[in-house]
Design a protein around this ligand. Structure first.
Ligand SMILES: Cc1cc2nc3c(=O)[nH]c(=O)nc-3n(C[C@H](O)[C@H](O)[C@H](O)COP(=O)(O)OP(=O)(O)OC[C@H]3O[C@@H](n4cnc5c(N)ncnc54)[C@H](O)[C@@H]3O)c2cc1C
Length: 436
């Protein structure tokens, strides 16, 4: 496809460039918002009747329940966005020094996220702490090794086993021994290349109280963010309108949606990998085939009405503890809400557990929570996500060398970074690219 100067027409049909966005989750809505601010025309199609994709909030007994992301880091970009949307006063900010825990050897142990915590934690022995500090003496990270091998080699077996493995695996519901570093740790590989080691940037960022952004939630639920983006751009967003196909149309593309054909110059696909594969089948068959094979980790989120025994964000479970629970989030405690506790199950470790009955999941969640914390727990509800987190395992090999036709873009969790701040940052960067 010939290159078009940005902001110009396709043929003589229109005077301005028009971007077609598939998916009204956070990425699609943030892109729509940033494009509008930059004066670039766009249309967004969202399959479901509400905006936000996996960011969904509800209430149980009057208390906010998050069916997707529990909280987010208020990065500079996100802070600016919440200011622009006049949402800043709706943010609830957690205490700076609130700890996170790992359940290891039958008890909750503090994750060292500051120098004092590093000194006092019993998650690591003194020998383990000294070994961790020897990281600059280890050989460079290797893209081909697994995340587990990389962390073990660089920070020592104890730090990996007790802290880094449970935390890193917890982010993706994954087993780091099945996640190649080149797919799952690209940022860290770049950091090491830049700074020569990983310990010094980690110390600057964490131990000296550096630049880590505060954890926040929205008072009425995190869905408030995509809702506000939708409100700001609703004339350009069509809910309840799935895109059924993407076709070529002269110099541009056409989106088939809602019984109509919408011509656009650029297409940005933000949907989960299986949906993207279907949509790209005609315009990018090779890319579609590659995307179709990406693995996701299924998740069951079990909500309990349960008190937290200590202040903190929650805990991850070390894998040899023989619990089904992957991790627990204490959003109630961390953000001053009532005591709704979210327990995560399934993931790469026990994918079939997600399809167990509500009764069985409730029973496991309650029993294990009471055992770990000594607190009573009442079951509230279960949420199942069969495509929970992108696995970033070796199925990502398929993306190596993937090419998309000129004018087709993927802005997603599985081609970029997962997480609210990263999705907003990618959307902002793409909008800038389209307007320059
Ligand atoms: C359980 C869970 C917990 C998480 N926890 C955190 C956290 O604590 N902190 C954090 O920062 N991040 C967290 N994340 C990650 C974060 O929520 C995601 O990275 C982000 O919300 C993804 O947004 P997205 O728009 O890229 O994708 P999605 O939210 O998947 O949006 C894609 C959209 O495309 C739509 N769609 C699908 N097919 C079509 C079609 N044919 N036509 C039109 N539309 C279509 C879907 O309906 C959906 O709305 C979590 C994610 C999950 C699932």
């Amino acid at each position: 496809m010939p290159e078009r100067p940005p902001g110009t027409d396709r043929g003589s049909e229109r005077e301005r460039m028009r971007v077609g966005i598939v998916g009204g989750g956070l990425t699609g809505l943030a892109l729509s918002y940033y494009l509008e601010r930059r004066g670039v025309d766009s249309v967004t199609f969202e399959a479901s009747s509400s905006p936000g994709g996996v960011i969904r909030s509800g209430r149980q007994n009057g208390t906010v329940v998050e069916y997707g992301p529990q909280r987010m880091r208020l990065s500079d970009t996100l802070a600016e966005l919440t200011n622009d949307l006049r949402l800043r006063h709706e943010l609830v900010v957690a205490d700076d020094d609130l700890p996170l825990y790992v359940y290891a050897d039958g008890t909750l142990r503090e994750v060292p996220t500051s120098l004092p915590a590093f000194l006092r934690t019993d998650a690591l022995s003194w020998r383990g702490k000294l070994r961790l500090l020897a990281e600059p003496l280890t050989a460079d990270a290797r893209p081909e090794e697994t995340a587990a091998d990389l962390f073990t080699r660089k920070f020592g077996p104890e730090a990996y086993h007790n802290v880094i493995g449970p935390l890193f695996g917890g982010i993706f519901g994954s087993d780091p021994a099945r996640m190649p570093a080149k797919h799952s740790l690209q940022g860290l590989l770049r950091l090491e290349q830049r700074d020569g080691n990983l310990l010094v940037p980690a110390i600057k960022r964490v131990a000296l109280g550096g630049s880590s952004s505060p954890a926040v939630v929205f008072e009425d639920g995190n869905q408030r963010l995509p809702e506000a983006l939708y409100e700001a751009t609703s004339d350009r967003v069509r809910l309840d309108t799935p895109v059924e196909a993407i076709g070529e149309d002269g110099d541009g593309y056409v989106l088939e949606a809602g019984g109509e054909s919408e011509p656009v110059d650029e297409v940005v696909v933000t949907t989960p990998a299986d949906a993207s594969a279907d949509l790209l089948a005609d315009v990018a068959p090779d890319a579609a085939e590659r995307l179709r094979g990406l693995h996701y980790n299924p998740l069951a989120l079990v909500y309990l009405e349960a008190d937290a025994p200590v202040d903190g964000f929650g805990y991850q479970v070390r894998k040899d503890e023989r619990l089904h629970t992957l991790g627990v989030s204490w959003n109630g405690r961390a953000f001053g809400r009532d005591d709704v506790t979210t327990c995560f199950f399934g993931g790469m470790w026990e994918p079939d557990l997600v399809d167990e009955s509500d009764e069985r999941l409730a029973d496991i969640a309650r029993r294990e929570y009471e055992m770990v914390t000594g607190r009573d727990a009442e079951f509230l509800e279960v949420e199942r996500l069969h495509r929970g987190f992108p696995a970033h395992d070796d199925s990502w090999d398929a993306l190596e060398g993937m090419e998309l036709p000129d004018g087709v873009h993927l802005a997603t969790n599985y081609t970029g970074r997962m997480g609210i701040p990263s999705r907003v940052r990618e959307a902002r960067g793409l909008a800038k690219q389209f307007s320059s």
